[in-house]
Write a protein of this length. Structure first.
Length: 75
């Protein structure tokens, strides 16, 4: 039983990588948004909608990853 718990701990530690990638991706999306608004302030509304689309896609991947992590931790 100890071996199974150790493997679960390793699997959870390994599953944190995609969450770090999501955090970096969100930083990249909003960095691009801020730079684009600085270059073209008149297009802020269109750029904001594109940034929110990127945010939603990254967050959906993050939620799916969290569901998988919790599923591994419980079973």
């Amino acid at each position: 039983m100890l071996f199974v718990k150790a493997l679960k701990a390793l699997a959870l530690a390994h599953a944190i990588g995609p969450l770090v990638g999501c955090a970096i991706g969100l930083g990249v999306v909003f960095n691009g948004f801020i730079r684009a608004v600085a270059y073209a302030p008149d297009m802020e509304d269109a750029l904001f909608s594109h940034a929110m689309l990127g945010f939603a896609l990254i967050e959906s991947f993050m939620i799916i990853t969290l569901v998988i992590i919790v599923g591994v931790a419980l079973f």
